[in-house]
Design a binder for this molecule. Structure first.
Ligand code: PBG
Ligand code: ZN
Length: 322
């Protein structure tokens, strides 16, 4: 008789046939750095996640390094905004200062920098507004400036999150012709227009003041389009293909895994984090177990890289079970 239970009989045999495992190396930890001094502010909808200024960030970075987390994804929160987000390519912008600070004081940390405009524009859109919509090609030129400026500050990898068409081709060309041919690009290949970004937008004050992001982010109804978009990024020279959000889009992660041989990343976004935290706080679910199960499902779906606000908690659990 077929008996699946033979291989479930003990912890030992279960671990021998286990198909997927989380490891601390899989994770990229997002960090919010705000311009100013003496800031350590917990994001109200994301318990345990803080906005720091550069003079207080070291406690966070020390912990990240000591937990064995190898990589951080930086988001800047500027003191002032304007129509184009010109701060994004200033040598003294919050991202540039942060990258220099981290690479100097924590050289072992691999710094992935978010490249976008929504935290820096007064209208909150991910590029230059022309009438009521974002001007794709004008935004590409500013994305090049922003990227080169992050790289001059010492960034290790670029992750452009704005969903402008042609981003990867444009950035690859700009990087290659400026001596950054060895810097990888992680493409937000499949980024859906999702309500799961809500807590993040509170955290960095980046909600669009009018309209929404439906003209540039993808429709959650679409699956075939994800492959089209990932193929564009693949051909344009992306090194890593990302799916965002993660948990409602596990099918898309698996589609990319089955169709491309490049590493697949997923972004376990703010709303996914907040929902688990909220339910756990109420005592309705076991937060730790739900967290581990959710993250494991992303790995099983085909992601080898997980960007997650849970990274520190996972690292502690993995350390303690060793
Ligand atoms: C936009 C951006 C978003 C996130 C990071 N950068 C989405 C958005 O506001 O449309 C979301 C990350 C999260 O929710 O954790 N460039
Ligand atoms: Zn944006």
């Amino acid at each position: 008789m077929n008996r699946s239970r033979r291989l479930r009989a003990s912890k030992m045999i279960r671990s021998m046939v286990s198909e997927n495992k989380l490891a601390v190396e899989d994770f990229i930890y997002p960090i919010f750095i705000e311009e100013g001094e003496n800031i350590k502010e917990e994001i109200s909808s994301m318990p345990g996640i803080f906005r720091y200024s550069l003079d207080t960030i070291s406690e966070e970075l020390e912990e990240v390094v000591s937990l064995g987390i190898k990589s951080v994804l930086l988001f800047g929160v500027p003191a002032s905004k304007d129509a184009e987000g010109t701060q994004t390519w200033s040598d003294d912008g919050i991202m540039q200062k942060s990258i220099r600070y981290i690479k100097k004081n924590y050289p072992s940390l691999y710094v992935v920098s978010d490249v976008c405009f929504c935290e820096y524009t007064d209208h909150g859109h991910c590029g230059i507004l022309c009438d009521d919509t974002v001007d794709n090609d004008a935004t590409l030129l500013n994305l090049n400036k922003q990227t080169l400026s992050h790289l001059k500050a010492g960034g290790d990898m670029i992750a452009p999150s704005g969903m402008m068409d042609g981003t990867i081709a444009s950035l690859r060309k700009a990087m290659d012709s400026n001596g950054y041919e060895n810097i990888p690009l992680m493409a937000y290949s499949v980024k859906y227009c999702s309500a799961y970004y809500g807590p993040f937008r509170d955290a960095v004050d980046s909600a669009p003041s009018s309209g929404d992001r439906k003209t540039y982010q993808m429709d959650p109804a679409n699956r075939s389009e994800a492959l089209v978009k990932a193929e564009y990024d693949n051909m344009e020279g992306a090194d890593i293909l990302m799916v965002k959000p993660a948990l409602s889009y596990l099918d898309i992660i698996r589609d990319l895994k089955n169709n491309f041989d490049k590493p697949i990343a997923c972004y376990n976004v703010s709303g996914e984090y907040s929902m688990i935290k909220a339910a756990a706080e109420k005592g309705w679910v076991d937060g730790e177990k739900i967290m581990m199960e959710s993250l494991l499902s992303m790995k099983r779906a085909g992601a080898s890289i997980i960007i997650s606000y849970f990274a520190k908690e996972v690292a502690k659990i993995l350390r303690d079970i060793k």
